[in-house]
Design a protein around this ligand. Sequence first.
Ligand code: DNO
Length: 355
Amino acid sequence: MKMTFRWYGSKSDPIPLKYVKQIPGMTGLMGLLDKPAGVDWPEDEFKALVDEVHAAGLELEVIESVNVHEDIKMGLPSRDEYIENYISTIKMLARNGVKVIIYNFMPVFDWLRTDLARVIPEDGSNSLYFDEKDLGEMGPLEIVRKTAEDSKGFTLPGWEPERLALLETTLKQYEGMTGDDLRVHYKYFLDAVIPVCEEVGVRMACHPDDPAWPIFGLPRIAHTTEQFDKIVKLHDSPANTVCLCTGSLGSNPDNDVVAAIRHFGELDRIGAMHVRNVKFLGHHHFREASHLSRTGDLDMYAIMKAIHDTCPDTYVRPDHGRMIWDEVGRPGYGLYDRALGAAYLNGLWEAIERA
Ligand code: DNO
């Protein structure tokens, strides 16, 4: 298991790389370049990032949020140009040492919350929160406006302003599209990119829909084990894998996260893991908890044990943390609680290995 940390780059992340390196057991980053979906990532910029990360004594073998352009998801004729750019980006990342690319295939929204800083009454910290009831009152445009307002000036992963500017048009274009239609478009994309990945030694890892159910009537096809079974078979290859995010899949108590890890781990189809805990508050209603099992509803020991038993060499990152100790930072991506999360997950790992 390689413990890694999501980092947004020195221009946009208030956390110095030196602090990341000082977290015990941290081996590298799940990094990103803040680029709009569909562009061919510039190699000079990426190389500069690699050099900076290496200079801090960290690895950069996993890249997140190489976002898939909506035209690809909608199956429009213009998709071929965006797929070409995607392929060129895959080759460039491979040339520069990247082994895993995390992406998602969610229409329009990446992840969604109704509150980015809900106070946890027990201890006064705050975390990301979702209540479908609030969403009903808000509607898609309103939620986008509120999320931007609540982000404290930080760019949020998957909420690129240029994509969301077209929100109304995009939502209309998806009207009437079924999950099966979306899967056909997904297969077209995978058939184009996976052979390239095989050639250059990169694995694509699909992140689950977050939260793990349909929203705003949009087709969503990546939030159950059965759906991921279909995804890994759309183009059957060891390069077509899952980024198993425990908090996203686990936002729906019907999903057995531990069984899902064991299932895809045994198939060798886990490219990376995002590990965090959630606290269920009712139907389609949850908040994010600290990583410690007893503060939420997921069993972190069983999760780490499943990783240990079925995909022990995978990349793991402590996913979203709460905001604690008055830290001011990007919602979900502060330093303190994610560092505590990494230390705790490393502790579980050590105990599992010793037992
Ligand atoms: C949210 C992240 C996601 C994830 C993307 C991958 O906090 O986990 O933005 O990186 O869905 O494309």
